[in-house]
Design a protein around this ligand. Structure first.
Ligand code: ADP
Ligand code: MG
Ligand code: MG
Length: 514
């Protein structure tokens, strides 16, 4: 398939058809937990916290090139391996942190947590990654290729809602699209299955099982660290439910706000520093935490005080398997992605030495990863950095780029004309805390987005995420579990730069393969 041909797909809806479809989607989403807590503008004064609303979603699955979809899924376990290796290379990460920490206090503080634990000695060798590699389709003259937007190593979200979105579109394809007056273009959709919720739960389960039983005689549990006021709570609940019912023996799962870590957890005074969680609703119940899953702690907002850093330190130095550890979180820095992708100045055709450090440069696996890279530059004083600085400060050249700090969660990047404006505000010695990336421009598509009860029709841009789960032993380097774990399709209006669903820019979608 050399292009995404849409023809008359998705079909144009008559008003009455749109009304019917919207009603069906509104009800199905609530009935199946494809939901979020409503934004304050809609929630009003929902002081009891009883309201839920449909997550923003497309009325039709978006066409996605089959070859691109299959390639993204096929290389996920290689990406898992690569990031497991990076997480274990402290020397490499030291270099990366050195590059950006001068202008980035958050990264410096994270690094400091690692250094403190390293000094006394880590007690847990296992580390768990629930990753998500994000791509957009790039159209070269003749072919369509996936290009990586970023690789997430912490709080990779929407795996719970994504399974439900695939099921929603399957339901519509079976029961609703055939009723449309121009239904033919929406017949014969190719909707792949999507086990993201079960896949991510299987990763957590593998870590839980590998931890083993408590030597202190407590029941073991998995602890989800969350943000207070999280609106995307049902996404997390889907993982929790999938996890607690996975396998023969049940897994107790608890949610704890990141800000309450020091109130409800302690470390056992043993050489292995087990993490103990006292159930606030019944303090006679004490659990030993086998796995800590962070859906918080990825940005400075979660660390308003030194106490929050002490909380992260308590987790990191404990015997619980961390998803992620501080080092794995740092492996997800945009700086790391840039260094993996920037070729040596002397030979722009060679495999970048940072990538070659982790993967055999001539292997087929490495070549396949390499094909997903797009141009990313440092903004330092190396020769590619100086070249990038000239692009970033030029009013015309900057139009092709996005500038990114070392942040997660959406809403942090600077696009096109905003780049020179932003650089003008930052002392030049701190420019190297950012990277400059070519903007990927996927082929134009059309779809309808249902958001807060309103339908937005028009041009859209799709971003595919592929989940991966990986459990490894940092002392031996052994990879104990490595799986591809389903996908996410997020779609945004083509006038919007950012695409995060939680950040309010994008919406949930699923693929129909073309
Ligand atoms: P975050 O970690 O905050 O999610 P991303 O690097 O994913 O940061 O950027 C946020 C969004 O910005 C992406 O979801 C995508 O919509 C857009 N974006 C980022 N990089 C690019 C790029 N190179 N080309 C096109 N869009 C991009
Ligand atoms: Mg992103
Ligand atoms: Mg990210």
């Amino acid at each position: 398939m050399s292009s995404i041909t849409q023809g008359s797909y998705p079909p144009v809806l008559q008003d009455a058809e749109k009304e019917r479809l919207v009603q069906v989607v509104k009800d199905w989403t609530v009935a199946h937990g494809l939901t979020v807590r409503p934004p304050p503008a809609i929630a009003g004064n929902d002081t009891e916290g009883i309201l839920a609303t449909s997550a923003p979603v497309t009325l039709f699955p978006s066409p996605f090139p089959k070859s691109c979809f299959e390639e993204a899924k096929a290389i996920q376990t290689t990406y898992n391996e690569l990031y497991a290796l990076i997480s274990q290379d402290e020397e490499f990460l030291t270099e990366m942190v050195k590059e950006v920490a001068g202008g980035d206090e958050f990264i410096a503080n994270l690094w400091n947590v690692h250094l403190r634990v390293k000094k006394e000695g880590y007690v847990q060798n296992l580390a768990l990654g629930l990753f998500r590699s994000d791509y957009m389709v790039h159209q070269d003259d003749a072919s369509l290729q996936i290009k990586q937007v970023e690789f997430n190593t912490i709080a990779s979200s929407f795996g719970g809602l994504s399974t439900q979105t695939s099921l929603l579109h399957k339901h519509l394809a079976q029961h609703e699209y055939p009723l449309l007056s121009s239904s033919s273009s929406a017949s014969n959709l190719d909707l792949p299955s999507n086990d993201s919720a079960a896949g991510l739960a299987a990763g957590l389960r593998a870590a839980f099982d590998a931890y083993g039983s408590s030597t202190l005689g407590h029941p073991t549990c998995v602890l989800f660290l969350t943000q207070s006021g999280e609106r995307n709570v049902f996404d997390q609940r889907h993982l929790e439910y999938a996890l607690s019912s996975s396998g023969p023996n049940k897994v107790p799962v608890f949610r704890l706000p990141f800000s309450d870590i020091l109130t409800h957890t302690t470390l056992a005074s043993t050489p292995t520093r087990q993490l103990l969680y006292t159930l606030p609703s019944n303090p006679s119940l004490v659990f030993e935490v086998a796995v800590v899953y962070l859906r918080a702690g990825y940005g400075p907002g979660d660390y308003p005080s030194q106490e929050a850093w002490e909380a992260r330190y308590q987790i990191e130095r404990s015997n619980a398997v961390c998803c992620p550890t501080v080092l794995t979180q740092l492996a997800g820095m945009k700086k790391v992605q840039q260094v993996l992708a920037t070729p040596e100045e002397s030979n722009t055709n060679s495999v970048p030495s940072a990538l070659a450090k982790f993967m055999p440069p001539t292997s087929e696996k490495t070549q396949r990863l390499l094909k997903t890279f797009t141009n990313i530059y440092p903004l330092d004083t190396s020769s590619s950095g100086l070249h990038a600085r000239s692009l970033a400060t030029s009013p015309t050249q900057c139009q092709k780029y996005v500038m990114k700090p070392q942040r997660e969660g959406g809403g942090n990047n600077f696009y096109r004309s905003a780049i020179p404006e932003q650089l003008a505000k930052i002392p030049e010695e701190h420019w190297n805390s950012f990277i400059l990336m070519e903007i990927i421009e996927p082929p134009a598509l059309a779809n309808s987005i249902l958001r807060n009860g309103k339908v937005e029709v028009g041009g859209v841009i799709c971003e595919l995420g592929v989940y991966g789960t990986c459990l490894w032993d940092q002392s031996s380097g052994e990879i104990k579990f490595n799986e591809e774990a389903g996908y996410l399709l997020r779609t945004k209006g083509d006038k919007s730069e950012e695409g995060g669903v939680a950040a309010g820019y994008g919406c949930m979608d699923s693929v129909t393969l073309v």
